[in-house]
Design a protein around this ligand. Structure first.
Ligand SMILES: Cc1cc2nc3c(=O)[nH]c(=O)nc-3n(C[C@H](O)[C@H](O)[C@H](O)COP(=O)(O)OP(=O)(O)OC[C@H]3O[C@@H](n4cnc5c(N)ncnc54)[C@H](O)[C@@H]3O)c2cc1C
Length: 467
């Protein structure tokens, strides 16, 4: 066998790459991670997950949004909230997370190579160092591509990062608009639409699809649409954008959006969020015998191997579900497979957290899927307002819905919208993983008062529906 410098070379230091590299290091392998940006952490820490979730928390706190049910719609912790107020908190968390990640890599003795990587052949990668002065080739027995994605842009749209911008630009916005159009109602579009709406910005959310987030249970989506409208979001679904252009002068610059239906929207700013493209364009894939699809993505088998078996791909670069949580697990699994270590995982039980306001979380099957599969199921629901903790928090509209098999009573899915949904879902996830039935919730005592009690109330509701 040829003698390579590394047992494993990982390209990209986002959640997928980090976990892959640390897993290999824990197995005492020679491992390096290549990162072309000056900071580690990828989109997750620097532009995506961490900034957006921290901005959301800052918005919820400063706007007093959570307390308005008690103290009225005019309640606010700070008047005249600025982008600076929001970015201050995000910067703090981002800096901390970069430091923690760098430290984790160092502690595990993962070598970090600050360079742009491109294949020379299937076992050799050329590193163009970020200082622009040097390059060198490194070889590895196994290579994991974890290069993530970038926001898809239409070359005809004049992005300026302030008036017409993508989600990566949000931390550089100089001021909050009074009106905002969000083009693209995927997860990122819906999250930012609800975040800005909670600040009082008049938001128009546009998508050519006729339904929001089609992979989420329809009842949960109805509840989300209700909340968005309550926060004065105008939903323009089933509408295609034909043109997006700046209008006005330097003192009063606006954006005009023309829809194929003939409608026009004039807004202060427009967030363009129609999807993401795999970051494979600069990898020189043909040299490794690989090809990406038209969206820059690599296809893999169940072990995350590409068509070249010693080259793996994990994280957003392989597409759905494109979540940091799933990316980390894929990184770990790919490293284990490459290094001949057995590792188990159940992708069907990966949860989704969607941080709209209110937040949504789901695990397992939804009603539409089970209907298509012809599985006899029943549902059980609990409204947060029925639960003491819901009243204490002032969340009277939250909903937890259980789906279970009518005959075996085995739990099949959990769907939640409301405060704490993304934490609460893990109780259901554990019951699903251990093959539990809804009787578990009836027989279990939960702390009182907690939102977890929703599980018990929903289970009783479900059993009553069995007749
Ligand atoms: C606005 C937004 C909000 C999100 N919110 C959530 C959320 O709440 N929860 C959640 O689970 N997920 C969320 N995500 C998704 C999450 O950020 C991604 O799933 C995750 O970052 C993917 O990890 P990754 O390691 O595959 O790629 P990335 O995090 O994108 O990292 C890839 C790294 O590879 C580097 N790289 C690329 N090409 C090269 C090269 N040729 N050479 C060297 N380095 C290279 C890049 O610089 C980057 O650092 C969000 C994403 C966005 C954009």
């Amino acid at each position: 066998m040829a003698d390579y410098e590394y047992d494993l070379l990982v390209i990209g230091s986002g959640p997928a790459g980090q976990r892959a590299a640390i897993q290999a290091a824990k197995l005492d392998k020679r491992v390096a991670i290549v990162e072309r940006k000056a900071v580690v952490g990828g989109a997750c820490i620097n532009t995506g997950t961490i900034p957006s979730k921290t901005l959301r928390e800052a918005v919820l706190h400063l706007s007093g949004y959570r307390e308005r049910g008690f103290y009225g719609a005019s309640y606010t912790v700070k008047q005249n909230i600025t982008m600076g107020d929001l970015i201050y908190r995000a910067d703090h968390v981002i800096r901390h997370e970069i430091d923690v990640t760098r430290h984790q890599l160092m502690r595990n003795r993962v070598e970090v190579l600050n360079a742009q990587a491109a294949f020379v052949d299937p076992h050799t990668v050329r590193l163009a160092y970020v200082d622009g002065r040097n390059q060198r080739d490194v070889t590895a027995t196994h290579i994991i591509v974890a290069t993530g994605t970038f926001s898809t842009r239409d070359p005809h749209i004049p992005f300026d990062g302030q008036h017409i911008f993508i989600s990566d630009d949000i931390l550089r916005l100089e001021r909050l608009p009074r009106t905002l159009a969000v083009v693209g109602a995927g997860v990122i579009g819906c999250e930012y639409a609800s975040l800005f709406a909670a600040l009082g910005v008049r938001v128009t959310l546009i998508d050519k699809r006729t339904r929001l987030l089609s992979f989420v249970d329809a009842e949960i989506i109805d509840a989300l649409a209700y909340h968005l409208r309550q926060n004065r979001v105008t939903l323009r679904l089933g509408e295609e954008v034909s043109r997006l252009e700046p209008v006005g002068d330097a003192n009063d610059q606006r954006v005009k959006i023309s829809l194929a239906s003939g409608k026009q929207i004039v807004t202060e700013k427009a967030l363009y969020s129609i999807g993401r493209t795999g970051a494979t364009d600069r990898l020189n894939l043909p040299a490794a015998g690989l090809r990406a699809d038209e969206r820059g993505r690599l296809s893999v088998n169940a072990n995350y191997q590409t068509d070249v078996p010693h080259i793996y791909a994990v994280g957003d670069v392989i597409g759905f579900p494109s979540l940091a949580s799933a990316s980390m697990e894929q990184g770990r699994l790919a490293a284990c497979h490459a290094l001949g270590v057995e590792a188990k995982s159940v992708p069907e039980l990966f949860p989704y957290g969607i941080y709209t306001i209110p937040e949504i979380s789901i695990v397992g099957r939804n009603e539409e899927e089970l209907t298509d599969l012809g599985v006899p199921y029943e549902i059980g629901k609990a409204q947060y307002r029925e639960i003491a903790r819901g009243q204490i928090l002032g969340d009277s509209t939250g909903l937890l819905k259980l789906i279970f098999h009518r005959e075996t009573r085995l739990l099949l899915g959990v769907h939640i919208i409301g405060e704490g949904a993304s934490e609460l879902v893990h109780i259901g996830q554990a019951v699903l993983a251990f093959g539990g039935s809804i009787d578990y919730f009836v027989q279990t005592v939960f702390n009182y008062p907690t939102l977890a009690e929703c599980y018990k109330t929903a289970a009783f509701d479900g059993i009553n529906r069995l007749g």
